[in-house]
Ligand binder design. Structure first.
Ligand code: FMN
Length: 190
């Protein structure tokens, strides 16, 4: 199984990066092949709304020429994705939102007949990290996000919210190492 992790935080070695890397480590221990993309290393521009991905007779996909093109290629060959984002103002980060918008050209069944033909949904794990210790604070937004990705034809296996980063970074939290690795290893067999 090929799993790709996306770290949608501007902090290269922040909580989200640490957590996604631990999840991927757990997945590798179960035999998965993993790859990760840290959004602090790449440049993805917002969707231009040109609808070329929809209108092009040649089905050329997205015409915005930036690092997202590499991600499209990687996603096409992946079985599963892990999207990690810090909570910013009660929502996913701007980086995660731009990435999600750009998926429109590749994932939406409306725009990718190839995807629909294969009829194989990619598995998706969504991971949020937040400063606030209250895991229920943004529950409505997390539920909405899960639903939105399901509408995009992902097989969403879970939305994990790691809380309390304000007082204690992820890598210092008790048992976090084992918990995240377990999430990664279970994801492989889900
Ligand atoms: C601009 C900004 C907005 C944030 N908004 C929230 C928020 O609404 N709720 C919350 O609990 N934490 C919030 N945080 C805290 C981050 O979600 C938290 O520190 C997260 O773990 C950062 O992830 P990172 O280390 O991967 O960047 C915010 C942080 C920043 C910088």
């Amino acid at each position: 199984m090929k799993i790709i992790g996306f770290i949608a935080s501007p902090r290269k070695e922040g909580n989200t990066a640490w957590i996604i890397n631990k999840i991927l480590e757990g997945a590798r221990e179960q035999g998965a092949e993993t790859q990760s993309w840290n959004f602090s290393d790449i440049k993805i521009n917002p969707c231009s709304g040109c609808l070329c991905c929809h209108n092009s007779a040649q089905n050329r996909g997205c015409v915005v020429n930036d690092d997202m093109q590499k991600l499209y290629g990687a996603i096409e060959h992946a079985d599963a994705l892990v999207l990690g984002s810090p909570v910013y103002m009660g929502q996913m980060s701007a980086q995660a939102k731009i990435f999600t918008d750009r998926l429109f050209a590749q994932i939406s069944p409306r725009f990718s007949p190839h995807f629909k033909e294969k009829n194989v949904k990619k598995k998706l794990l969504i991971v949020f990290t937040q400063g606030n210790p209250d895991s229920g604070m943004f529950q409505a937004y997390f539920d909405y996000t899960k639903n939105m990705f399901q509408l995009l034809e992902f097989d969403v296996k879970g939305v994990h919210v790691v809380t309390g980063m304000r007082n204690e970074p992820a890598h210092e939290k008790k048992d976090m190492h084992a918990i995240m690795k377990n999430i990664g290893s279970s994801f492989v067999s889900q």
